[in-house]
Design a protein around this ligand. Sequence first.
Ligand SMILES: Cc1cc2nc3c(=O)[nH]c(=O)nc-3n(C[C@H](O)[C@H](O)[C@H](O)COP(=O)(O)OP(=O)(O)OC[C@H]3O[C@@H](n4cnc5c(N)ncnc54)[C@H](O)[C@@H]3O)c2cc1C
Length: 513
Amino acid sequence: MEQVESILGGMQGNPLNGLRAVDQRWSQWRKNPNVPPLMVASVAENCQDYDCDVVVCGGTLGILLAAALQRQGWRVVVLERGALRGRDQEWNISRSELNVLVEMELLTPQELRDVIYTEYNPARVQFHGGEPLWVENILNIGVSPKALLQTMKEKFLTWGGKIFENNACTAIRICDGGAIAETEKLKLKTRLILDGMGHFSPIAQQARQGKKPDGICLVVGSCAQGYTKNSSGDLIYTFTPIRNQCQYFWEAFPAKDGRTTYLFTYLDAHPDRFSLEFLLAEYLKLLPEYQQVDLESLDFQRFLFGFFPSYCQSPVHYPWARILPIGDSSGAQSPVSFGGFGSMLRHLQRLTTGIHEALQQDCCDRRSLAQLQPYQPNLSVTWLFQKSMSVGVKETCPPDQINDLMNAVFAVMADLGDDVLYPFLQDVVQFQGLAKTLPRVNFTTVLPLLPKLGVGALADWLRHYLSLGLYSSGYHLGKKLFPAPDNYRLRRSLEALKYGSGNDFEKDFQTED
Ligand SMILES: Cc1cc2nc3c(=O)[nH]c(=O)nc-3n(C[C@H](O)[C@H](O)[C@H](O)COP(=O)(O)OP(=O)(O)OC[C@H]3O[C@@H](n4cnc5c(N)ncnc54)[C@H](O)[C@@H]3O)c2cc1C
């Protein structure tokens, strides 16, 4: 930990303070029962003299939907707790996911080029004791959140949207025919509220009634200059057995300001789990071996850290009319990759159309909105993957159990080809891919995991797996039976089949010309 103090403490802006603030929150989540905030209440008040159609609380990913809806002619207001600006560190994403911004005419092709700061190939997938697998065009583009949010903000304002920065939403009142979003200074009557306040959204916590998360991903990392090799990346890489009851996974990407490297691990929120500061100390200890570099030769530009809670019951369904979770608060991103930006882009067109129709047809009741964040079996099946990559606090297991499993699974997927491997690496699990892979994975690698996973979790997984199969066939059948559905509920149900079975996936092997 001394190394963490000396390196971070000596940097501009003292990121050590930021690290300790996040650690304090992580410690609270581990040690104290979570008391759910009471942010939303129903009131007997008529609020149909709307100030706007949509209030978006939280502007990081929220600005994307805000801009898309404003462009369609709805009156949208964004409430942002701080300043609406993205972070310096790039978001990694694949080009096929980014194209939606141009297709929806939110960005011009030139504006999209301007927010892309890096592009590289190839990327490696490798686990301790196994062979490297090289892939192209997956998460190989670095988008600057700062540049993207600035451009989106300007366009949103040009289209007539309103942004109130440094205006935290403090209360939501659900009333007759509408809702009221309150800040210390404002009270906005609206038809619909989008909750884009992230993983720690007080609305999501209230809806989840303070439930402890089922899984956590801890991540620490840095962007630094001084690496001699910086042309390729790692999507996922391990080189150690289980340490401190955790399997350490690494990621690396060429970045505008140097090279980004992350260390992440999956665990539960047990009180005995270690802090982020401890994990950062591990990161600094192991980084030289991982990247074949001396720490002294690195010029650290910034450090990154965070923890992502995730819940089996995802996406979350709010028990109120008029409020819809979007972005990280919804839990619609994969519990394995936590690529919330990627997930938002994948669902942006669907959400925009769905919200547009909900407003047009006045379908802002609880059930209609829940259809906009539907159950996705392809997301739910990944729960078991997260669980199988974590180790209990008191569990004893062979040190290379997780590496062996990963080697076995990826060897089969590589053998089956790109049609199986690529969607999986882009967080899109499909029934066919899973059905082809699982029977071929060496059973002796999987067998020791079964007692640890437990009968309940396995039965639950089987249910999601069968649903995935049903959703897959249902999607193809639904397309034939209802080529042009004109009813809100039917359209949402068909979308649920499509996205829930991973049939929205488009493979893109092309780099930009
Ligand atoms: C180290 C790290 C690396 C990552 N890398 C990637 C990547 O490469 N690719 C990728 O796809 N994803 C990546 N992610 C995930 C991505 O950053 C998140 O999914 C994304 O930021 C989620 O956006 P959000 O708007 O839903 O939530 P947040 O980013 O948490 O933003 C919430 C917003 O709500 C505002 N807010 C909070 N409370 C209030 C309130 N009361 N009133 C008004 N506003 C409020 C906050 O100020 C903030 O602007 C990474 C995350 C981390 C931590």
